[in-house]
Design a protein around this ligand. Sequence first.
Ligand code: NAP
Length: 293
Amino acid sequence: MDIIDGNQVAASIIAELKAEVGTFSGRKPCIALVRVGDDPASVSYVKKKQVTAAEIGMESRLLLQPATITQDELCAVIDGLNADETVDGILVQSPLPKGIAEVAVFRRIAAHKDVDGFHTLNLGKLAQEDETGFVACTPAGIMELLQRAGVKLTGKHVVVLGRSLIVGKPAALLAMQRKEWANATVTVCHSQTANLPSITRQADVLIAAIGKAEFVTAEMVKPGAVVIDVGVNRVPDATRKTGYRLTGDVHFPTVSPLCSKITPVPGGVGPMTVAMLMKNTVKAYRQNQLTPR
Ligand code: NAP
């Protein structure tokens, strides 16, 4: 069994981006990071994005907004960033406070600055296999991990557990694309799927993105399968200083001995998400330089 090291792959992508950005003269790519409220996970995710941007030599701009912000006020912040020619990419950290319609916020971001890939136009471009669009960072990171780990999907049965806009749906669309590394036969499962283990056992590649700690157990996995664990779950653990440990959607101790390859949590898909966000921002910068709006 091989462990797919997301930290290592993400570090390679970051080094490649640093080299690329180093060749840009004048203004560097800039990502605006909008954080609403003080959710501890959001604070740490946004911090990681700032640090990674700095490491690459990109600019990042942090916009902190109170949790009491209204939909209209948040839209006004986004409108300002849309109009700012020195901003290439905009990321609004989710989750947003209750009362804010997240999808409406995602749609407000100008599609050519939507480096998170959740705008209707970018999701449409993904379905149309239009390379000018932005693909959501976590599913894009999954595909990059598979590719760099030498896992070719052509003709394979990929089972995606979860149908969210952020992970499951785009991951399924990517796996079925008519591309050299894709061309998979895809099944998508969700909370209403009947006989789930009988489907997951057919997977050559199983992508678990449901947000349920250690849900995927050995009897749900075909021996020799590749398992990508997207889940990030906090499980109480009195032996840790923090009082919790992070675990994926897969029960690693029993599933990993069965697999040909598996991603760990942490250190698998997580670091890829940030690396792909930076990759999307550099792409936005290049495209926006070519087509000034
Ligand atoms: P989500 O929006 O809550 O979606 C969860 C999906 O799983 C839904 O489609 C749901 O089905 C399905 N599901 C829930 N319980 C199930 C069950 N018992 N059997 C089968 N399907 C079930 O979650 P998400 O945003 O996609 O995130 C999923 C996980 O990935 C979370 O742990 C999250 O923290 C993690 N994540 C990690 C990263 C990263 O960078 N590593 C990025 C994003 C998310 P229904 O549609 O029927 O409700």
